[in-house]
Design a protein around this ligand. Structure first.
Ligand code: ADP
Length: 190
């Protein structure tokens, strides 16, 4: 089982890449954001708990996220691996993921990081709000808060990834297709 992380700020295009990559390489796409939004939509206890945090553009607690990850990983089916999208987002989550994989004799095989200018991120999210109707995309203050949260809590993980094998940084200010082709080359050369 391969374990790949697609990394980057909100609006970088992680989700778009994850969908097509997981299809091409038979990976289980694990988007913690999608899972949480589904919980909210279904009005579950968990959904009710996380809604206001997501609406504010701040992170949901690490424990909640790790419970989600553990339960998804246990149902891996016939996939060739996992593609994590929007996870890990904190040092605690990364440490927990490393430990969990180690218990299964697995490791993070690659981290693909999308780098996109801030003004483009903001424009993309505001445009996405019109298409997907996500409340956290529609409000510029929430969009800015999410980028701020990324800079403070998630971006520092890059320093750790850079010291390991399998870290790849890509210019994300291009088309979905260009990024996809670049990422496919990386995966096939691993
Ligand atoms: P984006 O990357 O565009 O911000 P996501 O769908 O990945 O969108 O995340 C939406 C929201 O869900 C985040 O702002 C956060 O509140 C919550 N969330 C998603 N993944 C995590 C995670 N790994 N840790 C903590 N909170 C998360």
């Amino acid at each position: 089982m391969k374990n790949y992380i697609i990394f980057g700020p909100p609006g970088a295009g992680k989700g778009s890449q994850a969908v097509i990559l997981s299809k091409k390489y038979n990976l289980k796409h694990i988007s913690t954001g999608d899972i949480l939004r589904e919980e909210i939509k279904n009005g579950t206890k968990l959904g009710i708990k996380v809604k206001s945090l997501m609406d504010q553009g701040v992170l949901v607690g690490d424990e909640i996220i790790m419970e989600i990850i553990e339960s998804v990983i246990d149902h891996s089916g016939s996939y060739s691996g996992f593609l994590y999208d929007g996870f890990p987002r904190t040092l605690t989550q990364l440490t927990a993921l490393d430990q969990m994989l180690k218990r299964h004799n697995l490791k993070i095989d690659a981290v693909i990081s999308l780098v996109v200018d801030e003004d483009i991120l903001i424009k993309r999210m505001l445009r996405r709000a019109e298409i997907e109707g996500r409340a956290d995309d529609a409000d510029i203050e929430v969009v800015k808060k999410r980028i701020e949260t990324y800079r403070a809590q998630t971006e520092p993980l890059i320093e750790i990834f850079e010291k390991r094998d399998g870290y790849f940084s890509l210019e994300g200010n291009t088309t979905i297709e260009n990024n996809f082709n670049e990422i496919c080359k990386i995966i096939e050369n691993l």
